[in-house]
Design a binder for this molecule. Structure first.
Ligand code: DGT
Ligand code: MG
Length: 402
């Protein structure tokens, strides 16, 4: 038991991008509580409040010890009155009444379930709740019109709400590599997102695709997607076109921080481990109806997705599962920015942009870094160079888990 006088004070810089945050978190009880309040705020479209809770949680994640007394928090940044009240409640009473009542509220539960459907955001969920739809059963009975993404999301709800493992991410990486190799040899894929930060599970798998020769990546996405589709690897896909050049609204200034890469939101049909074998190539010849069975077949073009219609809804007997996968194509000149932008965490990204804007008068996006004082773009061939431009110590991916 640490008493007030002995309490060790930690010096923590206020931007998350100035800190090293590993996956070892000594304060999970507190950070889970604050993250739940952040999530509730985000689901209620109160983004300001959401960020405040995320920042407070991130400060606690960066501490090297478990917090047991309020005195340990003296001088720490980003801890507002509300967050401090929640922390105090937990330290004194083992639980925060606000967190508990939020967690068990009908509204929060309904928002969670409905936004758990791929393609459903807080606004749609809110509208459905107002119409009396609180769960999947009520949604299915309601007769509301679902778009293609939402239909796929509802159909694969259980799979998509089950965490993706690193082994599954690696298996998908092999498939994506094979797709890229088939349509443009020497194009490169990189696993980004949480898995690049060392997480063992994630809600999806994020890939960046590029080619060492500028320009060769143009038109790559539709080809990769066609290949994946022809092999029966996709349950759903939507490609959004790169409009970066079209929307420039000044001498080279991008009009917003929005992403302008060619991007594919997809749902993969991944063979289960026992079906997969160790290599994609083995997987493709193993069983006739497993994923990828037709990879080398010129004559039989029927995708395996049709061979499982009967056991589609019985996940225990299925030989495959659905996994969310995001593909992003970046020209090599922007690759370092894309990699930095797609590695996360989301708060780390947000803090990098805030640091760039507020402390350096620069604008950082997943495409470029613009120096407002010099009125020019700063080039970078690596993440390290971007940190240097920003006057920040380099933080490796495994320490960006803010
Ligand atoms: P996960 O998948 O739950 O394990 O967690 P993450 O960290 O992989 O998060 P995810 O997959 O939502 O996003 C990965 C990173 O990519 C995240 O740090 C932010 C970035 N990101 C996601 N969507 C967009 C987007 O539309 N534009 C840009 N620029 N970045 C995005
Ligand atoms: Mg991810």
């Amino acid at each position: 038991q640490i008493n007030e006088a002995e309490a060790v004070l930690f010096s923590v810089p206020s931007y998350a991008c100035q800190r090293r945050t590993t996956l070892d978190n000594c304060n999970t009880t507190l950070t889970d509580a604050l993250s739940l309040l952040a999530e509730n705020a985000e689901l209620s479209e109160e983004d300001g409040r959401g960020v405040a809770f995320r920042r407070a949680a991130a400060v606690l994640k960066a501490l090297p010890v478990r917090v047991t007394a309020m005195s340990q928090l003296k001088g720490l940044p980003c801890l507002g009155d509300h967050s401090l009240r929640v922390i105090k409640d937990i330290l004194e009473n083992e639980a925060s009444s606000e967190v508990e009542s939020t967690k068990h509220s009908e509204r929060f539960k309904a928002l969670k379930v409905l936004t758990g459907i791929f393609g459903v955001g807080p606004r749609t969920a809110e509208r459905w709740i107002r119409e009396g739809i609180h769960n999947l059963h009520q949604l299915r009975e309601s007769g509301v019109t679902l778009n293609r993404a939402q239909q796929a999301g509802l159909e694969h709800y259980d799979d998509l709400n089950q965490q993706v493992t690193k082994a599954e991410a690696d298996a998908i990486a092999e498939i994506v590599q094979k797709a890229v190799d088939s349509v443009l040899p020497s194009a490169q894929i990189t696993l980004a997102g949480g898995f690049r930060r060392g997480k063992q599970t994630g809600h999806d798998v994020d890939f960046l695709i590029t080619h060492p020769e500028e320009g060769r990546e143009v038109g790559l996405m539709p080809k990769v997607v066609s290949w994946l589709e022809s092999q029966g690897f996709l349950l759903y896909q939507k490609v959004t076109r790169n409009s970066y050049l079209e929307v420039n609204d000044g001498p080279g200034r991008p009009s917003s921080n929005m992403d302008r890469f060619e991007r594919c939101f997809s749902i993969f049909k991944l063979a289960k481990r026992e079906e997969r074998g160790t290599k994609v190539t083995e997987n493709t010849v193993k069983t006739k109806d497993s994923v990828g069975a037709h990879m080398h077949s010129e004559t039989d073009q029927s995708p395996p997705s049709h061979s499982h219609e009967l056991d589609q809804h019985d996940s225990t007997n299925r030989r495959w599962r659905a996994v969310r996968v995001d593909l992003v194509v970046s020209p090599i000149s922007q690759f370092a920015f894309a990699l930095l932008g797609w590695t996360g965490s989301k708060l780390f990204e947000r803090e990098l942009r805030r640091w760039a804007g507020h402390e350096k008068a620069m604008s950082l996006s997943s495409h470029a870094l613009y120096d407002n004082k010099q009125s020019r773009y700063l080039r970078a061939a690596s993440e390290e160079e971007i940190f240097t431009h920003l006057g920040l110590e380099y933080i490796p991916p495994s320490e960006r888990n803010a």
